[in-house]
Design a protein around this ligand. Structure first.
Ligand code: SF4
Length: 574
């Protein structure tokens, strides 16, 4: 089964920003945290916020405490001032597009205009806009209300950002006819329109469409209606648990989209579930996928990748790759990945139920194999020498402590960083350092004929940067779930866009580093060939950014293939 995920699926910019702000506040604030009104129309998100202790405030109280987050719809200035007066620390998560409309209304009202707001008077966004009009606003629900408008202006017209385009066009036509001097601004957000256009397009090229989102979410329902009009199988589900293979019997290509209030992790869980059915067919692509899934799920592929990278690093220095250093890299990476995935498996229940099930079902075997692998890694490190052994012990200790509390009980509650994972960017940076050390630095340093320190550092940088790409790229993909789990990754710290930009810069710097160190002879000419290990991840990221491949086992497989590619190129070169 082929799965195509709509590019516009999931949170719109304003909702995503508001959810991130609430989760960041909940993870970092010391006192109680609440939102003013329900954050979004999605039961999964509201359930998670409740689990994290985020309460919903339905009105401005006389006295309050802690932090209150204003949702994407915004509020009136009176409400915001009332919250601050009551004693709350106010975090404003109003969508920037809504702020623009609020500013338009406020400025024009101050100049004597009468703001006409085309929208639903009970909608929180409209209530907020009315509050910015200094008591002068008139709310128009539809064309039927235009006749009742007063004769005297001047008028300024704006729309609720989620207003129906056709309805606004009709109201606009009538107002222009009655009040030719009225200033009219189309403030409808294009996010909804683009989403509907894309699902109509998607439905044409697939056998079935799965629309993911809250049953009470208006924009999700409209997507479902658009998909249904195509005549293809159309399903509206809130979570992957509502799906069964029989519902999509005969469908070889399934399109997935989601409403503006559907979190990425819910959509991803649906895609993962659909993907997990793929391997159960009898076709060649099904069997290939089953192998990919098994390699990724068991961490066998990433461990193989570590061995390949170690081989390539030594070959880059012109050294004979030793079996002990390859085994050390394979065992270290396998055991650390498996232990940490097992310890952090709770986060998978949000976005990757297939992996969560795998870890639950096979936990005995996985823990036994990881322990054996840990011992084998240490033994190989010992074989390389005392220095390698001790550094490896330290790295393993740090790697395994990543998810565990560093201080006992109450002390950990007071600590700013109770776990290593709570230190901003810690995961990404420590992964890069560990990979650089275990696949390049230690094997080169302990080699019978160690090369120049400059060469060792250049190759360690190469290995660390390739691993950095993987860690930072997955940080971006997992940012929403990491926020829930309270992990301080680069993406939760810097934001998705800045992290992606950083990843691109690191890849560019890596390309320059390999090129010049090869030109100056610090590493072997193999460096020119290994430039492919910069081009390949850039290509994978490009395909992901254009929606040609979505987050799933296939994407993980291709990202990890970069390490295997390095080993393969080094082998062929030698
Ligand atoms: S639909 Fe548009 S205006 Fe409304 S929250 Fe999303 S991005 Fe902002």
């Amino acid at each position: 089964m082929k799965i195509s995920l709509a590019k516009t699926a999931g949170f719109c910019m304003g909702v995503r920003r508001a959810v991130e702000m609430v989760l960041d506040t909940a993870n970092r604030a010391s006192g109680p945290v609440c939102t003013f009104g329900p954050l979004i129309h999605n039961p999964q998100v509201l359930g998670i916020l409740e689990e994290k202790g985020v309460k919903i405030l339905s009105r401005v109280p006389e006295k309050g405490g802690g932090t209150v987050v204003i949702r994407a719809h915004g509020v009136s200035p009176e409400v915001e001032e009332g919250l601050a007066r009551a004693g709350f620390k106010v975090v404003d998560a109003t969508c920037p597009k809504v702020i623009k409309v609020q500013t338009l209304v406020r400025r024009h009202a101050a100049k004597g205009y009468i703001p006409i707001i085309v929208g639903d008077a009970e909608h929180p966004e409209v209530e907020g806009l009315v509050g910015h009009a200094a008591g002068r606003a008139i709310v128009v629900r539809g064309p039927e209300d235009v006749d009742a408008l007063p004769e005297t202006g001047p008028f300024v017209v704006v729309a609720q950002t989620t207003q129906d385009m056709a309805l606004f066009a009709e109201v606009r036509r009538l107002i222009e006819k009655r009040f030719p001097a009225a200033k009219i601004f189309n403030t409808i957000c294009d996010s909804t329109e683009k989403r509907q256009a894309e699902v109509a397009e998607l439905a044409r090229s697939v056998d079935a469409v799965v629309v993911v989102g809250g049953k009470s979410s208006g924009n999700t329902q409209r997507l479902f209606q658009v998909a249904g009009r195509s005549g293809k199988i159309a399903l509206h589900v809130e979570t992957e648990r509502e799906l069964s293979p029989s519902m999509l019997a005969g469908a070889r290509h399934v399109g997935v989209t989601a409403g503006a209030s559907t979190p990425t992790w819910v959509t991803r869980a649906v895609c993962r579930t659909l993907e997990s059915w793929t391997g159960k067919g009898g076709g060649l692509s099904d069997r290939v996928f089953a192998v990919m899934r098994a390699l990724v799920l068991t961490n066998a592929y990433i461990a193989l990748g570590a061995g390949c990278l170690s081989y390539a690093s030594l070959a880059l220095l012109g050294l004979e790759p030793s079996m002990a250093s390859v085994i050390m890299a394979v065992c270290y990476v396998y055991s650390i990945h498996t232990f940490n995935n097992y310890i952090g498996r709770n986060a998978y229940r949000y976005n990757d139920p297939d992996r969560a099930r795998f870890y639950e079902t096979h936990r005995g075997t996985l823990l036994a194999v990881s322990s054996a692998s840990l011992a084998a890694g240490l033994l190989s490190g010992f074989h390389l020498g005392w220095a390698s052994f001790l550094i490896l012990c330290f790295m393993m200790f740090m790697g395994l402590s990543y998810n565990v509390l560093l201080l006992p009980g109450r002390l950990s509650m007071k600590a700013r960083y109770p776990r290593i994972r709570a230190i901003p960017g810690s995961k990404t940076v420590s992964v890069a350092l560990a990979w650089g050390a275990v696949t390049a630095f230690l094997p080169a340093l302990s080699h019978a004929t160690p090369p120049s320190l400059l060469g060792i550092l250049a190759v360690s940088l190469f290995a660390g940067a390739v691993a950095f790409f993987r860690a930072a790229f997955f940080d971006v993909l997992d940012a929403q779930v990491d926020r829930i789990a309270g992990k301080e990754t680069l993406a939760t710290w810097l934001g998705d866009e800045r992290t992606l930009l950083l990843v691109k810069k690191v890849l560019a710097a890596l390309a320059a580093c390999i090129f010049f160190t090869s030109v100056f002879g610090w590493v072997r000419p193999l460096g020119f060939v290994l430039l492919a290990c910069v081009g390949f991840p850039a290509l994978v990221m490009w395909a992901w950014e254009r929606g040609l491949i979505h987050h799933g086992y296939r994407l993980e497989f291709w990202v990890d293939s970069n390490f295997v590619l390095a080993g393969l190129l080094a082998f062929l070169f030698r």
